[in-house]
Design a protein around this ligand. Structure first.
Ligand SMILES: CC(C)(COP(=O)(O)OP(=O)(O)OC[C@H]1O[C@@H](n2cnc3c(N)ncnc32)[C@H](O)[C@@H]1OP(=O)(O)O)[C@@H](O)C(=O)NCCC(=O)NCCS
Length: 207
């Protein structure tokens, strides 16, 4: 198993892992088409980065992690640069599930809910998913540590993650990896817990 940087060609696999890993969340409700556009756009954005776990079999991505340094910028880029790809798949989905229009509007408030005003140096883990058959073998840990290493190289000081209050397995995973719960919020009609991990500071000169 190899950990590689998340790239646009991992988008379809990432979208399917996301759908298999998390039911009932806003991104999942948007469906495979929107998720594929999202994961194609994320690694191309200056505000997005992540890693994929590759099994060694051709094209077999068995897990991935994604993060952003600026959720607002990422969403704005999705709505501008990728509008042509996004609009048809989003409209088709919203026609079938009109509640998504309300949830999309709520997403505009998302950066305000997760950030203190003027906060700098914070990254947000957007998703971490391992294929069900591969869980419990340390792949999630390796993906997370690759992400934390990249945050360090980018000079970021904290890593936040929003996790569904009902997702006890993921919360156990985050707590084991030094995330501390900060508060609970309500979004998309669900209770969510905001966790934060403080990141070690890179010292000048690499010492
Ligand atoms: C959370 C997740 C990424 C961890 O990946 P992983 O490769 O299984 O993680 P590791 O093997 O490094 O660590 C295992 C730990 O993950 C947690 N975990 C959560 N769900 C799990 C599952 N279904 N199977 C195994 N471990 C799970 C546990 O804390 C477990 O430790 P424990 O068995 O001692 O309780 C993975 O379980 C997953 O994809 N879950 C579904 C998607 C999800 O909820 N993502 C987080 C929200 S963004």
């Amino acid at each position: 198993m190899t950990i590689v940087e998340l790239a646009p060609e991992h988008a379809t696999a990432a979208a399917h892992l996301h759908l298999a890993g998390q039911s009932g969340t806003f991104l999942t409700e948007l469906g495979p088409g929107v998720l594929t556009v999202f994961y194609r756009a994320l690694p191309r954005s200056a505000a997005g980065f992540g890693f994929a776990a590759w099994s060694g079999q051709p094209d077999q991505v068995i897990g991935f992690v994604s993060a952003t340094t600026n959720t607002g910028q990422l969403f704005l880029e999705m709505a501008t640069r990728h509008l042509g790809e996004l609009l048809p798949v989003t409209l088709a989905r919203c026609l079938r599930h009109p509640i998504l229009l309300w949830h999309s509007a709520q997403t505009l408030a998302y950066p305000l809910l997760t950030r203190e005003p003027g906060e700098k140096g914070a990254a947000e883990l957007l998703s971490i998913m391992v294929a069900p058959a591969w869980r419990g073998q340390g792949i999630g840990t390796r993906l997370l540590e690759a992400l934390v290493g990249e945050c360090g190289r980018r000079g970021l000081t904290t890593l936040d993650v929003m996790v569904d209050a009902a997702n006890q397995g993921a919360q156990r995973f985050y707590r084991r990896h030094h995330f501390v719960e900060r508060r609970q919020i309500s979004l998309y009609g669900r209770a969510l817990c905001l966790y934060r991990r403080e990141l070690p500071q890179a010292h000048p000169g690499g010492q």
